[in-house]
Design a protein around this ligand. Sequence first.
Ligand code: 2PG
Length: 282
Amino acid sequence: MFAISRSSALLVSRAAFRRSFAAVQAADKHTLVLVRHGESTWNLENVFTGWYDCPLSEKGHGEAQDGGKLIAAEGIKADIAYTSLLKRAIRTLWHVLEQTDRMWIPVNKCWELNERHYGALQGLDKQETVDKYGKDQVLVWRRSYDVPPPPVDKSSPHHPANDERYSGREWPEEFTESLATTLERVVPFYESEIVPKLKAGSTVLIAAHGNSLRALVKHLDSIDESTIAELNIPTGTPLVYELDENLKPIPQPNAIAPLQGRYLGDQDAIRQRIEGVKNQTK
Ligand SMILES: O=C(O)[C@@H](CO)OP(=O)(O)O
């Protein structure tokens, strides 16, 4: 009475095959979620920020909470999170973890994910800087790949040697960063710290900054130096990457080129936010 017919045995083994194939596929797919912090007080005031540690604005708190809700609605469950040493990104991460009910997962705070250091431009009004130096020069400082803004020296409060969170490291007498030098710290950090977690099957969440994330997506999406100059990342908007077994992005439907990951949320509103970042220096 327990004998299984040949056809039902076949059905059982097909179902088992489908299940194990799905498991292999799942193991070969890796999820990485990137979120730029919500609007900060200095974004609101249109001031060059870099490593200056300003908080989120009222609107920025709301953007970060909404970003977290979108991640929760997608059913994405981060296993480990990374952020910078700057409170606008840390607070954004806290909002996302709260909204996704993942406040218990490990969190790593690392200077390598900081915003690009804006040198002597930190603290200057973006529009006044355009009025003084011209739109083209300011665009070169903001978006060119390898032209850094003028540096700060150790007499400046903006120099990292004067901030205890960066103690224990050697900093050059003069400091500033281009996107290229930002990438030189972001990408090795990603490769050495985050890639092993992804390979081990963890879903990874990174809350960081406009330019540290531009550096990371340049690497992930193999974006060339002239195209990356046109790329702006909106505040508080989750960007979801599905990566294949070689950790190459699997192009997502609705991805906004040149990105292969997809932004969560209302796509028209996201395009408007992107334009807003671009238009900070008209
Ligand atoms: O001021 C900054 O640090 C960054 C991000 O807010 O600005 P921008 O978009 O001009 O690079």
